[in-house]
Design a protein around this ligand. Structure first.
Ligand SMILES: [Zn+2]
Length: 129
């Protein structure tokens, strides 16, 4: 149940800086292509669907479903690594937190929670909705 695990600070790059800045304001944004309207993840300057450079950051719902997950038990503080498919379409590698790991299932609805990492940067994780 506890999530006492220390969360490593994320590596911030030019392509992800806007994402992490938004997270500090408790906003969850994803890159959306203004040309074709599709969201993608991880962040890229060029849309992976239509090659347009008109990629914008837009606020996302924070709703998603578990696509796949794995419980990491052979560590001091077990945790869950998962791919979560966002309501907006893309799938994100993340952690599932604040839950009984044994009751998780593929297809389960989850919702965004920001968790503070070691240097104070909030990182997006998900908990059962
Ligand atoms: Zn596009």
């Amino acid at each position: 149940m506890a999530t006492a695990r220390k969360i490593p600070a994320p590596v911030v790059t030019a392509e992800t800086r806007a994402f992490w800045d938004a997270a500090r304001e408790n906003r969850f944004v994803v890159p959306v292509c203004a040309a074709c309207g599709r969201a993608h993840w991880y962040p890229r300057a060029i849309c992976p669907f239509c090659d347009s450079g008109k990629v914008e950051w837009r606020e996302a719902s924070g709703q998603g479903t578990i696509y796949t997950f794995s419980v990491m038990r052979r560590v001091a503080e077990p945790y869950v690594i998962a791919h979560v498919t966002l309501a907006e379409g893309p799938t994100m590698l993340t952690n599932i937190v604040d839950c009984d790991f044994d009751k998780l299932s593929i297809g389960q609805a989850v919702a965004l929670v920001f968790k503070e990492s070691e240097n104070g940067q909030p990182v997006p994780m998900f908990a059962p909705a």
